[in-house]
Design a binder for this molecule. Structure first.
Ligand code: TGC
Ligand code: FAD
Length: 394
């Protein structure tokens, strides 16, 4: 099978490893070895079949990919934000779909239960989510409300000790097999709340979406609520308003800012090796100035992005990172990763379009990553708002 021979070596042009603790390096190397052993041999086939490799869930839990920064008392690994970033980097080096599953589970399901949930909710869900015995998904986007989630239609009405939930979400990662969904819906007063909806509740279905040319090794679906009776004890009590889901997105976007660099590193690593081994006109193509320009620019952009997310990680650890700083990093990492994937594809010539190399898979995946968790344009406008004080959304 293609891509079995994973010779990835990491990219560290500015000795950023010197900034990492021994624990950071151990966590990063553990994730890297796991990806080489478990993911690389099977990912091209899973991608071709458009299947999420569910047998990897336990392994993801074992390397600490589910809730790395969630406290140990709730089953998380209790790690810092740089460790979280490094795990996301290594997973996305393997495949964006795998990182997606870990991002959703950690930042979009465990995070809101931890931050906005009651103690009972934390104890009920977090340990099972950390161990991979339970998988979650996050329902914010609707057919008519993507970039503008504040307009959502999904709503719930009071019904004694329950609420009645109606509406639909689409584009939901992990939805087809998730055990629970953290769903954002409006109350009768029009205020947004988070609810934990469990598979098996009457009127709740999760049809799979097909036909994706991107993120094929990740399962994407709809969440449909037809008069679903949700116990009031499943409403997250400690936060309401759009700031609830956006707070989760801050955490997930931060993880993506590291993750996309992993995909970029894989493309660069493959292109560099290919340029040294592929001979045309009696010499390695890496000896031609045009190919060197591509490689030099790739490693420059990777290095700049690595330094940016490392600093962002320090700010996150100190609880000082702003949403706008996170937006800048998410946007930048995905942009450089897409550009590097495209240049790497060219360096591989015709071979670059095959699944002998991971390039096209990364490139296609990144077309989702540039859109989800806030599009490229939306993040630019967030930066624009932050620096000018003028809101382009309203
Ligand atoms: P706006 O009026 O600016 O804000 C509403 C309330 O939210 C607060 N807020 C934030 N809070 C925390 N973190 C942030 N990043 C926040 N941004 C805003 C804000 O202070 C306000 O609070 P309050 O208390 O005053 O009500 O909101 P707006 O309606 O103008 O929209 C702003 C905009 C466009 C930036 C925002 O809605 C946005 O980010 N849109 C993009 C939507 C998005 O990212 N969707 C992602 C869906 S989930 C997903 O894609 C998962 S993919 C997973 C995977 O597979 O990896
Ligand atoms: P739209 O909002 O319709 O945007 C279309 C275009 O218009 C974009 O280029 C956008 O940048 C531009 N645009 C919009 N508003 C403005 C503006 N004010 N100014 C300038 N340009 C603008 N969502 C979830 O809730 N949970 C998930 O788990 C999840 N997983 C996903 C997985 C995949 C594979 C994909 C593709 C999406 C997923 N999403 C998920 C949804 C994702 O977050 C949305 O696709 C994204 O937020 C954009 O919404 P939209 O697709 O409706 O695009």
């Amino acid at each position: 099978m293609a891509n079995k021979d994973d010779r990835f070596q990491g990219v560290d042009y500015y000795n950023i490893d010197d900034l990492l603790t021994d624990e950071h390096k151990l966590i990063r190397d553990t994730a890297r070895e796991w990806v080489k052993k478990e993911v690389s041999p099977i990912i091209e086939e899973a991608y071709e079949k458009a299947e999420f490799p569910r047998h990897l869930i336990k392994g993801l839990a074992e390397i600490g990919a589910f809730g790395p920064y969630i406290p140990q008392e709730y089953g998380g690994a209790g790690l810092d934000q740089i460790s979280y970033g490094l795990i996301m980097q290594e997973l996305e080096r393997g495949d964006s779909g795998l990182r997606s599953t870990a991002s959703v589970q950690s930042s979009l399901v465990m995070y809101p239960i931890w931050k906005y949930g009651s103690e009972e909710q934390r104890k009920k869900y977090l340990p099972k989510l950390a161990s991979g015995d339970m998988i979650g998904c996050f329902g914010l986007t609707e057919p008519d409300y993507g970039s503008n989630p504040g307009g959502m239609i999904t709503n719930f009405k009071d019904d004694g000790d329950h609420v009645i939930l109606n509406g639909a979400k689409m584009w939901i990662s992990n939805a087809p097999f998730a055990d629970i969904a953290v769903v954002w819906a409006k109350s009768e007063e029009g205020r947004i709340h988070g609810l934990v909806v469990e598979r098996g509740m009457d009127g709740f279905t999760t049809p799979e979406m097909h036909g994706k040319w991107s993120l094929r090794a990740s399962a994407t679906g709809e969440l449909v609520f037809d008069n679903v009776r949700v116990p009031k004890e499943n409403i997250l009590p400690n936060k309401s308003g759009l700031g609830g889901p956006l707070g989760c997105l801050d955490s997930a976007r931060y993880g993506i800012s590291w993750g996309a660099i992993g995909a970029a590193m894989d493309c660069y690593d493959s292109a560099l090796r290919y340029s040294q081994e592929r001979v045309q006109f009696d010499r390695p193509i890496g000896g031609f100035q045009l190919q060197q320009k591509k490689l030099a620019e790739m490693v420059t952009e990777i290095t700049k992005a690595q330094l940016l997310v490392y600093r962002l990680g320090q700010l996150k650890n100190a609880d000082k990172a702003t949403s706008a700083q996170i937006s800048m990093a998410k946007r930048n990492s995905v942009e450089i990763a897409l550009e590097i994937a495209r240049e790497s594809r060219q360096i591989h010539g015709g071979m670059g379009i095959t699944n002998e190399y991971p390039i096209m898979r990364h490139m296609m995946n990144l077309e989702s990553v540039v859109t989800y968790e806030g599009t490229h344009d939306i993040h630019l406008l967030i930066t624009g708002f932050d620096v000018t004080g003028l809101n382009a959304f309203k």
